[in-house]
Design a protein around this ligand. Sequence first.
Ligand code: 4AD
Ligand code: MG
Length: 458
Amino acid sequence: MPTPIVPRSRVAALLNADAAIETVLIKGWVRTKRDAKAFSFLEVNDGSCLKNIQVIADADLPDYAGVRNITTGSAVAVTGALVASKGKGQQWEVQASSVDVVHLAPESFPLQKKRHSDEFLRTIAHLRPRTNKYGAAFRIRSEMAYAVHAFFKQRGFRYIHTPIITGSDCEGAGELFRVTTLPPGEADFQNDFFGREASLTVSGQLSVEMFALSLGDVYTFGPTFRAENSNTSRHVAEFWMIEPEMAFCDLGGNMDLAEEMVKCLVDYALTNCADDVDLFARFVDKQLRHTLETICAKDFIRLPYAEAIEILGRVKKPFEHPVAYGNDLQSEHERFLTETHFRKPVILHDYPKTIKPFYMRLNDDNKTVAAMDVLVPRVGEIIGGSQREERFDVLSARMAEMGLDEMEYAWYLDSRRYGSVPHSGFGLGFERLLMLVTGISNIRDVVPFPRTPGNIAF
Ligand code: 4AD
Ligand code: MG
């Protein structure tokens, strides 16, 4: 029996073949071509993995004249045999029996063989996934999204789809993108689509809390939007957040889940995206493997905010932003703690209430809240979370203190009226996680089409 053609055979699978295959069909894009007298070599990449597959097209092929014209970036469909390679560098190659040029790219194709800068590649975000680096980054992104769902599935968490359009500002920081159908200039929200002001969500937390108080352990994982006008390498206007929420859980249990989750996801990347992670370890961050292995192997430090302030206060080297109890930590402080001082992830907890949102549980000192942030090397804050204020009176008093309109949050307060229980959760920034596992230092480079102030091309 002849070996059947593998339908839509992908290069990733073919390169792992146990034996030669009589007929294969590969479809992909030509990375390079070299011509010899009696044949041409094509390096074809179909996006299924980092590696290209080498195709040998002999000069006696009926369509060989077309092969000679093939340019970098062209799309091809190659039929042939998967055979052991005679050359070095690859186990298998394809001896072509036909090469169909699906589309010939003109010489103007911007991705030529040399290495391009990240800045340049951002200007061609629609083509950059055709490079090794960005192909790897976006394959890892896909794998990590799967790993997030697998992590929760294994632990019995339910996935809740929280709304993208909301009427409440969860974080209370006012960095909202308004959603309206009113003509420009009009602000009569009573006549607007929803009959009141609406915006894109900054966090699914308030909604997902309602489901934790019904289904137990839940999470939401979706896009969130913040109109922060900060053009940093760690902020984008549209990002994805993973937000677990657990009923009957205090801050300690919350920190346990956060630590376990970061470890499991990093381990998943090391195990399941080894080739792609390896590319980053070789070309982007030489310390990457060491950083990731340390995260998996060592316990995270757990430290009250007040102690972190003391440590930072003793540092001789001046920081750009002053360190003082009651100030929010800046990226430079976070990175000092996790990269220089402890050299591993740090969970800071019990922050002053003045720098945290209304929903965090007030501690007995009346001064701090049961908040926690997870800091990791190179990225800084990757997770922010807390135990939630479950006491109706305390929550209502906090809202009044912070000038929030109770009517707007009546539904949220209701959950503290009927069967309120201690509960906790956090938000893990998906892009920050990808920065961690790839070593990529600018968040714009882990987002397919990043949205930042002044930039909505593509
Ligand atoms: O610390 P944040 O603001 O926490 C919340 O939104 C909580 N409601 C989450 C919760 O308890 N359910 O944001 C959580 C994480 C940050 O630690 C960071 O990783 C990421 O979201 N993040 C951003 N990532 C990219 N661009 C931005 N502009 C981000 N803002 C926050
Ligand atoms: Mg935060």
